[in-house]
Design a protein around this ligand. Structure first.
Ligand code: UD1
Length: 389
């Protein structure tokens, strides 16, 4: 244990979550703080960017996340309104709590909003999963990443390419620390609790016999605005999924954005097949079980690229680029864009056994959060001592 006590005049670490992909990153960090540095006070703030039972509550339970100390309840809105509303509601929290730092994860709107508020109040910002770059500014997340990293005082990275990206943007090396991947901490610590795919389907009221295909089954997720917000983009993707399902049954966990757009564009017919199982967004343990048992995954998610690499399951990423290049270079990930021909080819390779196998990247060992807790507590104490108060 590093610090048996914590200076009384050094405020809490405010830990911010907002949207689904933040939860699996924050859970191991909070656990590492309380296991290794119990004297260090933390405060969990939820912005309320995601709020549904499926997008929020189930994940909190599965990940054993504590109930947030504060919920800002911002809900859904345009990017500008959502970001502004988080800022407006987060500022009084910072004023009241006088935190030692604000810790943000990932690249969602809440990440950037809380970063901006903190920096203007001269509260140090700590960014977990820093330095990832798709170099595609049409992705809202890319804007959030670039700006958060410019402002952050301590930056924790998941892969070595991130350090090089940050150096190119003029971010001093001493602000950056390579710790590994907290998302994989969550995956490894929950693996044994994952729900079986059969149970997940039964609970969803679906006959699990559909998964009894000799070739196995595939898992699908799609939610990026660039793939699902326009009918011209979404319709061909759904058609190719329909084709793939003739070879391999598919379990498609539908994000609310995607479900709404399928309905709005009248594309439901394309998915009307007994070999395509449509499910609502899944809990963490259900999804982990589905992924671990899958023959392949088709997705545009950032996190799934990493999780499939850690599980050794082939992933075809329906994007032109990735901010997580290590999953392609070392892992099981292949970028197929939204070209139906590339998707068909990728699926054929995996089904014929010539798909990628891959290996688990450096420091994706389940201990990234421990490294963050050790480094951050030292960093805060050193900063406190330097300021002499
Ligand atoms: C956000 C993140 C994205 C992340 C994704 C995971 C940004 C810019 N984007 O995108 O990086 O991969 O979360 O899901 O922060 N909705 C619900 N219930 C909810 C939340 C949202 O029904 O609990 C619906 C609303 O109609 C909302 C839409 O989903 O308008 C989109 O939600 P939003 O948080 O704006 O963005 P995501 O697409 O989820």
């Amino acid at each position: 244990m590093l610090n048996e006590s914590w200076p009384a005049d050094l405020g809490p670490v405010i830990c911010v979550v907002g949207a689904r992909p933040n939860f699996m990153k924050m859970a191991p960090i909070l656990r590492a703080f309380s296991a290794h540095h119990p004297a260090l006070p933390t405060l969990l703030v939820h912005t309320g960017q995601h709020y549904d039972r499926d997008m929020n509550d189930r994940l909190f339970v599965d990940l054993r996340l504590p109930h947030p100390d504060i919920n800002l309840e911002v809900g859904s809105a345009t990017h500008a309104v959502q970001t502004a509303e988080v800022m407006r509601r987060f500022e009084p929290v910072v004023d009241a709590q006088r935190p030692s730092c604000v810790l943000v994860v990932g690249d969602v709107n809440s990440t950037l909003a809380c970063t901006l508020v903190s920096a203007k109040k001269e509260v140090p910002v700590v960014h977990v999963e820093a330095g990832l770059r798709s170099y595609d500014r049409a992705m809202p997340e890319e804007i959030n990443r670039v700006l958060t990293d410019q402002i952050a005082d301590r930056l924790y990275t998941t892969e070595r390419s991130a350090q090089a990206n940050l150096a190119r943007e003029g971010i001093a090396e001493e602000r950056v620390c390579f710790v590994g991947n907290v998302m994989i901490d969550s995956l490894l610590s929950n693996r044994e609790f994952a729900h079986s795919p059969t149970k997940t389907l039964q609970m969803a009221g679906v006959d699990p016999a559909v998964l009894d295909d000799p070739r196995g089954y595939g898992v699908v997720t799609l939610h990026r605005p660039s793939n699902v917000d326009r009918a011209e983009q979404l319709a061909p993707l759904l058609s190719v999924l329909r084709e793939v399902s003739e070879q391999l049954p598919l379990v498609f966990a539908l994000h609310p954005r995607t479900r709404a757009n399928i309905d709005r564009f009248g594309l439901g017919e394309l998915l009307a097949s007994p070999r395509i199982i449509l499910l609502p967004p899944q809990g963490y343990l259900e999804m982990l079980g589905l992924l671990a048992g899958a023959k392949l995954v088709l997705s545009d998610s950032g996190g799934l690229q990493e999780e499939t690499t850690a599980l050794g399951v082939p992933c075809l990423t329906i994007r032109e680029n990735t901010e997580r290049p290590i999953t392609v270079e070392q892992g099981t990930n292949t970028l197929v864009g939204c070209d139906p021909q590339a998707i068909r080819k990728g699926v054929a390779e995996i089904l014929s056994g010539t798909g990628k196998t891959g290996r688990v990247p450096e420091l994706w060992d389940g201990r990234a959060a421990e490294r963050i807790a050790a480094d951050l507590s030292q960093w805060l104490l050193a900063r406190h001592a330097r300021r002499g108060s």
